[in-house]
Design a protein around this ligand. Structure first.
Ligand SMILES: *Cc1c(COP(=O)(O)O)cnc(C)c1O
Length: 369
């Protein structure tokens, strides 16, 4: 086994390219592709990921917060960037950095018009979010006349896109609900477009939308998790390649006798002679306490080693009894032999939460295509 040096999150840009091409192949070539790179590109590295996606030909980016968009602009990203959840205190900054806001309420629309007029903008691109049943952000159908009135009251902005978000695109049992969302979206979008003399981009599909409802791609799709290698479905996962692999190293190995305990609160008690390896990763790195007490494990030289005792802040102990290994050997937390979805499930969570939870103190290592 190669000697690892510390805990690292490897980010494989070849896998990203594979996933991008797979998702692109699901939709017509003239449908635009928006890459969602919020939350440090789902816990990886938003700059490296966005640069690669720009090279691959993505048409648009989406981030959640203004700060995330500014970071991309400061690192040379030139494609348009939608900010999904801006606060109106940041609207002037949005314009200064050529970012494009999601406007989801009459209040945000009014405030943005004010900012755009103050900065003497003309036809500034904005995105209107429609609520079709997720009940999170967005205009409800009865508000459309007021929205149109506001938009037509100013020269300062232009509707670059009209979009909505599906509540359960990965869940076949909710198919009727999803089809209903798509129908309502189409109706609402048409109602707005009838009153514009240009054609905004239309988009409702996230990753599972692309996979399960490709006919609802409209003129753009908006995918996040699929780019990072997760299909929200066991039949889709094999076609995608996880971009991130979290690796660490064995710091120390000891053999304890029957009756000895391991870790805080003495939660693990050896029932026989047991070999314990200590590794430098803990809940402060994003591997939460929920994975402790043998709920989950890691891979050492190809073999599964369960986590024993409580997960500490910076340290986890694993049971390596019977595994040929030494101090300094590599430990795989997720990736390779351990599909991250399997680890997430062991902790009662989903891939999204596991990968976005890997803290910034973990070194990121970019592996080029
Ligand atoms: C995060 C997000 C996405 C991406 O969804 P995935 O399931 O990761 O593809 C798309 N649209 C909106 C509005 C989001 O917040």
């Amino acid at each position: 086994m190669p000697e690892a040096k510390e805990t690292v999150l490897e980010i494989d840009l070849g896998n990203l390219a594979h996933n991008y091409r797979f998702l692109r192949s699901k939709i017509d070539p003239d449908v635009k592709f928006m890459s969602v790179v919020k939350a440090h590109a789902y816990g990886s590295d938003s700059v490296a990921i966005a640069q690669k996606l720009e090279e691959l030909g993505t048409d648009y980016f989406a981030v959640a917060y203004v700060e995330e968009g500014i970071r991309l602009r400061e690192n040379g990203i030139t494609k348009p960037i939608l900010v999904l959840h801006p606060q109106f205190t940041h609207f002037e900054e949005i314009i200064e950095h050529c970012l494009e806001p999601n406007l989801y309420s009459q209040k945000t629309l009014r405030h943005f018009i004010e900012a755009a007029e103050k900065l003497k903008q003309k036809n500034y691109p904005v995105h209107l979010k429609l609520n079709t049943g997720l009940n999170r952000l967005g205009f409800d159908q009865p508000e459309i006349p007021e929205v149109l009135e506001l938009i037509n009251s100013t020269e300062s902005l232009k509707v670059a896109s009209i979009f909505s978000h599906l509540a359960a695109s990965e869940d076949w049992q909710e198919r009727d609900f999803t089809v209903g969302q798509i129908d309502l979206y189409r109706k609402m979008a048409w109602q707005i477009m009838e009153n514009l003399d240009y054609e905004p981009i239309l988009h409702i599909c996230n990753t599972s939308g692309v996979i399960n409802y490709p006919k609802a791609a409209f003129s753009m799709v908006r995918t996040g998790i699929g780019l990072y290698g997760y299909g929200n479905d066991k039949t889709v996962d094999p076609y995608l390649k996880p971009v991130g692999t979290l690796k660490t190293i064995i710091s120390q190995i000891r053999t304890i006798q029957k009756g000895a305990t391991v870790g805080y609160n003495r939660v693990f008690k050896a029932e026989e002679e047991t070999r314990i390896a200590t590794i430098p990763v803990g809940h402060a790195d994003g591997i939460n306490r929920i994975y402790g007490k043998q709920k989950a494990g890691m891979y050492v030289n190809g073999q599964f080693a369960p986590i024993v005792g409580n997960v500490c802040m910076d340290i986890i102990m694993i049971n390596v009894t019977g595994i040929d290994c030494a101090e300094g050997d590599e430990v795989i937390v997720f990736g390779g032999p351990q599909h991250p979805v399997k680890l997430a499930e062991a902790g009662g969570t989903i891939s999204y939460e596991l990968i976005t939870g890997i803290q910034r103190r973990v070194t990121r290592k970019i592996i080029p295509e």
